[in-house]
Design a protein around this ligand. Structure first.
Ligand code: NAP
Length: 338
């Protein structure tokens, strides 16, 4: 181990729990002492971190599938970084790893909680996007939760975002006959058509969602990947064909509310013999390696195109997070560190 290792690290802590939409005041940038790695541990200099909509739920103190963030403690989430010191034979100095100790510049980790990544296969930040849980979510949703069959009409919400932009292209690869996406604003709907290969795009902020979807998919939809909940889910269930399938992936329209967004007409879903199925990406970690192999191939052959929105510096992480909740991103929202 070198003797020029850092002894402190800056991190973003939760300063207070928000009611409604969070603001910069709910975060604090704090410098803390960094312990030396113990036997079996590594010291990682984070280079990229992910900010994700689900983190909004962790700011609230309520039971969920993942524990809440603690006031006065660092936030956490997916990140990649370079190993600058190692007391673990399995992960040498110089390796690039992905792990879950984001929102800080340096992290001391048990080596078993870090995964070496192949930066020859793809750039490190892809492991937070198309080759990360983002891409795996889209893949699991459309292959297992609401499987796409050849010729299907597929509707994707938040389609210019990280999961949605991968999902639209994946739907095509899986044989969809028509792919429709929704996003906020004309710049994003243009991007869906021109960059991500959607057949039709809906601007949900322009109103008349049901009318726009009927125009985009005149014969209805077979599969809906829902990232938004609320009105988009209600309208999508109305547009489902018999035996339609819905992957309940997220419900961002309700994340800042106390009770979540109002839901669809479930009796209508019953009469359509529809399947509405929730999912958590963690359940698909056993196929992560297999997925990365496939997706790296799609990136390399150009059948999967990605966009990133990058904020630079740890101090910008709260702004990036507030931005992903309000649509400041196209593609994957990332923070570049160091
Ligand atoms: P993202 O789509 O890159 O970013 C979120 C997007 O949501 C924003 O860019 C914004 O785009 C849109 N949005 C914000 N408020 C909205 C509203 N009220 N109505 C409609 N759209 C709104 O984020 P992501 O990481 O790919 O995640 C997408 C969804 O998947 C989220 O709901 C997330 O929680 C969920 N997710 C679930 C799992 C799982 O395991 N179940 C895993 C990963 C992600 P516009 O500009 O178009 O509004």
């Amino acid at each position: 181990m070198s003797n020029t290792l850092p002894t402190t690290s800056r991190e973003i802590q939760l300063a207070a729990r928000p009611t409604g939409a969070p603001t910069a005041e709910h975060f604090a940038l704090v410098e803390r002492e960094l312990p030396a790695p113990a036997e079996g541990q590594i010291l990682v200099r984070n280079t990229w971190m992910s900010v994700d909509p689900y983190m909004r739920g962790r700011m609230d103190d309520r039971p969920s599938y993942i524990p809440p963030f603690q006031v006065g403690a660092a936030l956490e989430g997916s990140a990649v970084g370079e190993v600058v010191a190692s007391r673990a034979a399995a992960i040498p100095v110089g390796a690039t790893v992905s792990h879950f100790a984001g929102w800080r510049e340096y992290a001391v980790l048990d080596a078993a909680t870090a995964t070496p990544i192949d930066t020859e296969l793809a750039a490190p930040q892809h492991y937070l996007g198309a080759l990360g849980t983002t891409g795996l979510t889209a893949y699991a949703a459309l292959t297992d939760v609401a499987p796409v069959r050849p010729g299907d009409t597929v509707f994707i919400s938040a389609a210019a975002g990280a999961v949605g932009s991968v999902a639209g292209q994946l739907a095509r690869t899986l044989g969809a006959g028509r792919v429709v996406g929704s996003a906020g604003g004309s710049a994003k709907t243009a991007l869906l058509l021109e960059e991500f290969g959607f057949d039709a795009a809906i601007d949900y902020r322009a109103g008349d969602l049901a009318g726009q979807l009927a125009t985009a998919a005149p014969d209805g939809i077979d599969v809906y990947l829902d990232s938004v909940g609320g009105e988009q889910l209600r309208v999508a269930v109305q547009a489902l064909r018999q035996h339609g399938r819905v992957a309940l992936v997220g419900a961002i329209s309700g994340y800042n509310g106390a009770t979540g967004a109002a839901g669809p007409d479930l009796f209508l879903a019953a009469t359509k013999e529809a399947t509405l199925c929730g999912m958590l990406v963690n359940s698909y970690f056993p196929i992560f390696g297999e997925y990365i192999g496939k997706a790296a191939g799609w990136l390399a052959d150009g059948s999967l195109r990605t966009r990133e929105t990058v904020y630079t510096g740890l101090d910008q992480a709260p702004a990036a997070f507030l931005g992903v909740l309000s649509g400041a991103n196209t593609g994957k929202m990332l923070v570049r560190l160091g």
